[in-house]
Design a protein around this ligand. Structure first.
Ligand code: MRU
Length: 343
């Protein structure tokens, strides 16, 4: 495996290392990933997260695992274990399936590494293209709402929705980003603020439940979010709370975009009802946990519902910003996403 370094993932010839995102922004701690269990735990606990980066890290880990001299049987067991580490982000399944295609021909570590390197490099390029496509829809002076974290921490490149924002900012557009805190795990409050701060892009952090009123008050001119899985009819899964953002945008006539690479399209999924939604432990809603410690404010026996993602239906989406171009509702109704299969 070649040496590489991205914002939250690196390899310098010895171990795969992840920037532990559960500890950000309090501390920048790089975690060594040496076993299948390490990798599974890092994905499952969101130490590494964001749909594209989950796929890339699984691919890179599997390449290094194959290079370590294990048997084909152990390798296949590892692919099955990692595949179920998180169920919604389809990029994980995409990366593992790409690698398994090669293994089905013959188990050669060198070929596996080539596939993993291609997935890593492609993700950077895809982000770049998404940024270029999407920046056209960002005008000077806009207030932009975003949800969760979709930048360099969530991809191997500059990000999806945040990549669009960064590209527009680099084009000299004066923009202001409203960052949804993103309960329960606070990816907006902890991670997107951290990234925007490093990039010098002006932002204001808000609680998720403030966004609708800001739209009514004319502070937000568009919303742009990422995606974890996009169905062929344009419905998509993204961080829980995204649906609420879309509904509020619809009510206030604010354009609502999702930005993602083609690796987030699920060609086997006709509509959002078919997307599996990850349910997580109630503790995440009962309080918070991080480098700052653990605080629970709800009764320990409180009944909790904690779906990590929700589905936004295509009718609420103004446009799908992919690396291959911009797709309107009528494009998607005409089957534009399906036509991207095997391209
Ligand atoms: O649970 P997470 O933090 O992995 O969820 C991430 C998101 O929902 C992102 O919006 C999505 O993966 C797009 S990332 C470029």
């Amino acid at each position: 495996m070649k040496n590489f370094e991205c914002m939250a993932l690196r390899y310098h010839g010895q171990y795969l290392e992840l920037l532990d995102q559960t500890r950000l922004p309090v501390e920048e701690h790089w975690l060594k990933i040496q076993t299948v269990d390490d990798m599974y735990e890092a994905i499952h606990s969101l130490r590494v997260r964001g749909a594209p980066l989950i796929g890339v890290s699984a691919a890179v880990f599997l390449a290094l695992y194959a290079e370590s001299g294990i048997t084909e049987n152990d390798f296949l067991k590892a692919t099955e274990r990692l595949r179920v580490a998180r169920p919604t982000a389809v990029n994980l399944m995409y990366a593992i399936d790409e690698i398994k295609k090669i293994v089905h021909q013959s188990f050669e570590p060198q070929s596996i590494t080539q596939v993993a390197e291609a997935i890593l490099d492609a993700d950077k390029t895809l982000c770049q293209k998404i940024g270029e496509v999407g920046a056209e829809y960002i005008q000077d002076g806009m207030g932009i709402l975003t949800h969760c974290n979709t930048g360099g921490l969530a991809t191997a490149g500059r990000g999806t929705a945040l990549g669009v924002i960064q590209t527009a900012f680099e084009q000299g557009k004066k923009i202001h980003v409203y960052v949804d805190e993103t309960r329960p795990l606070l990816q907006g409050g902890r991670l997107t603020t951290w990234e925007l701060g490093k990039l010098g892009i002006p932002y204001t952090l808000i609680c998720d439940n403030m966004a609708a009123a800001l739209m009514r008050d004319g502070k937000i001119q568009c919303a742009i979010v990422g995606a974890d899985r996009i169905a062929m009819n344009g419905d998509f899964a993204n961080k829980t709370g995204t649906y609420g953002v879309a509904v509020a945008c619809f009510h206030h006539n604010v354009p609502f975009y999702t930005a993602a690479p083609v690796t987030t399209l699920d060609f086997d999924c006709d509509n959002g009802l078919e997307i599996p939604i990850e349910e997580r432990t109630g503790e995440e809603v009962q309080g918070v946990r991080g480098a700052f410690g653990k605080v629970l404010w709800a009764p320990e026996n409180a009944k909790v519902y904690n779906p990590a993602f929700d589905i936004t239906s295509a009718e609420l989406v103004t446009g799908w910003i992919l690396d291959t171009g911009f797709y309107s509702q009528s494009d998607v109704e005409d089957g534009a996403l399906r036509r991207l299969q095997n391209k």
